[in-house]
Design a protein around this ligand. Structure first.
Ligand code: NAD
Length: 492
């Protein structure tokens, strides 16, 4: 049974949602609106204002106006403010979890158990880093009194995708705010709810007006206007490589530093000494997490030939038993895909994969859930075949994995490294020497051992090659990325 909406959630979505600019809610100049769709039912949740260049301009100006005061606050005062925000987010975590699940189609147990608390941890992590960071680093150079003085950039722009709107907001924007920058955020037009709810909570704790600004809009309208805005001093983009390239090009032309966190086609290399049952369960959990809409998840399972049949059969069994259902139902392990567009994309990939000769070990079904017939449900699937199949090469972004077999270590490594993506892979073996050796040879930002999707603050996360550039997230370096180094020197 899907649970009832909390009263604060029901109130929040009652009237059309607006942009949050300079501490005020505004419908924007064009008064354009779009429906926000509940993927569990296909019904309209509410309307949201859709902004473009004028709203981005107003937001950038508001952020610019707020910058001097925010930047000159002592770091401990900014930190206290962000901890206050973290307290507020914690207090309202049930509402945030409902909104995130309703908007993305994410199983409520996951929003409550992971997304919302993990995001709050991010606020506290970066708030603490702000206090302990070094803003003046002495340089030991002959005949000079010199130091690196580190200052915030100014207005930073952020563009986010729809799969983890709340967590990406927290681990993306918080280091920038903690370092003293002000921000303009463009969430995905598909999933704006928690981002706007965070603005409401931020205003309630007294975050100064203009420090956090949010404009909802399409990529072509608001996204490109944000990327090109002359007041933006630093950009961060999370999304597909195709759009990342465009954002990077604009930033390159304007000579604006840019962080790109892009797509992936992660692999798991499974050696023949693993606990087969446990590994199959974990891989099934990885590919169904957030309905497979996870940039770094294990989509290609490269399995040692000795255990291939057994592991594939166990994994298929585990995938079949995943409970697919509405996001707000506590029994649901995997919710719907985020949108009709995404459902069509997943189905199209699988059709094309079949046409190219993939075998369906586990066939996906487009599900109709009683009482939720309009939802975008698909069951997990498992494909097998040659590695040049489209489903093995391209990011499907759904609960569908592709299995390959290998005999020797070098072949497995070559297979993993055969794509241009380089976000995250995993190696599964009880021989930790081998696991570490292979992990080092996989070309990606992240190599995990005996687990997939490993996240923690302090553990840097980012992509290589087609999966991103510019520093990654979640680490002390991320915080430093939002400080501009300035050398101050005096000859002695
Ligand atoms: P997308 O690239 O289509 O859109 C991402 C954002 O960019 C949206 O807000 C969109 O409105 C905006 N956008 C679109 N066109 C734009 C333009 N011309 N200029 C500026 N902004 C524009 O991606 P998506 O479909 O929302 O998300 C899925 C993708 O995100 C996948 O490739 C996934 O792997 C990737 N992703 C990566 C990470 C990571 O940390 N590496 C995390 C989550 C998602």
């Amino acid at each position: 049974m899907a649970e009832k909406l909390l009263s604060n959630v029901a109130d929040f979505i009652k009237s059309p949602l607006q942009h949050f600019i300079g501490g005020k809610w505004t419908a924007g100049s064009g008064h354009a609106v779009e429906n926000v769709i509940d993927p569990s039912t296909g019904a309209v949740i509410c309307e949201v204002a859709m902004g473009a260049a004028p709203e981005i301009d107003a937001a950038a100006r508001a952020a610019q106006a707020a910058f001097p005061a925010w930047a000159s606050l002592p770091a401990n005062e900014r930190s206290v403010m962000l901890h206050r925000l973290a307290d507020k987010l914690t207090k309202h975590s049930a509402e945030l979890a409902q909104l995130e699940s309703m908007d993305v189609g994410k199983a409520i147990v996951n929003s409550e158990g992971f997304d919302i608390p993990f995001g709050v941890d991010g606020v506290r992590y970066f708030a603490d880093l702000a206090v302990h960071a070094h803003y003046n680093i002495p340089l030991a150079i002959k005949n000079l009194e010199a130091r690196t003085h580190r200052v915030p950039y100014g207005v930073c722009g952020f563009i986010f995708p729809w799969n983890f709107p709340y967590d990406l907001l927290m681990w993306g924007v918080m280091p920038a705010l903690a370092a003293g920058n002000t921000v303009v955020v463009k969430p995905s037009e598909v999933t704006p709810l928690t981002t706007l709810y965070v603005c409401k909570l931020a205003a309630e704790i007294g975050l100064p007006a203009g420090v956090l600004n949010v404009v909802v809009g399409t990529g072509a309208g608001a996204g490109s206007a944000l990327t090109a805005h002359p007041l933006i001093k630093r950009m961060s983009f999370t999304g597909s490589p195709a759009v990342g390239r465009m954002v990077g090009e604009t930033c390159g032309r304007n000579l604006i530093p840019c962080k790109l966190e892009l797509g992936g086609k992660g692999a798991a290399v499974i050696f023949d000494d693993v606990d087969i049952d446990a590994t199959a369960e974990k891989l099934a959990a990885a590919i169904t997490l957030n309905t497979g809409q996870v940039c770094c998840t294990a989509t290609r399972w490269i399995v040692h030939e000795k255990i291939y049949d057994q592991l594939v059969s166990k994994a298929a069994h585990a995938l079949k038993s995943i409970r697919v259902g509405p996001a707000l139902d506590r029994q649901t392990q995997m919710g719907p895909l985020v949108s009709r567009v995404q459902l069509d994309r997943v189905n199209r990939y699988i059709e094309n994969g079949k046409k190219e000769g993939a075998t369906l070990v586990l066939e996906p079904e487009t599900l109709r859930i009683t009482g939720h017939e309009g939802g975008f449900y698909v069951s997990p699937s498992l494909l097998a075949g040659p590695s040049n199949n489209i489903c093995c090469r391209e990011e499907i972004f759904g609960p569908s994995a592709y299995v390959l077999r290998f005999r020797d270590e070098d072949t497995a490594i070559r297979e993993v490294n055969s794509l241009s993506y380089g976000l995250a892979n995993s190696v599964w073996s009880t021989d930790l020497k081998r696991a570490n050796r292979v992990a080092e040879k996989l070309v990606a930002g992240n190599s995990w051992i005996n687990a997939h999707n490993v996240f923690a603050y302090g553990l840097p996360y980012g992509g290589a090659n087609l999966s991103g550039m510019g520093g990654g997230v979640n680490s002390p370096e991320t915080f430093n990325d939002y400080l501009r180094p300035q050398t101050i020197a005096r000859p002695l």
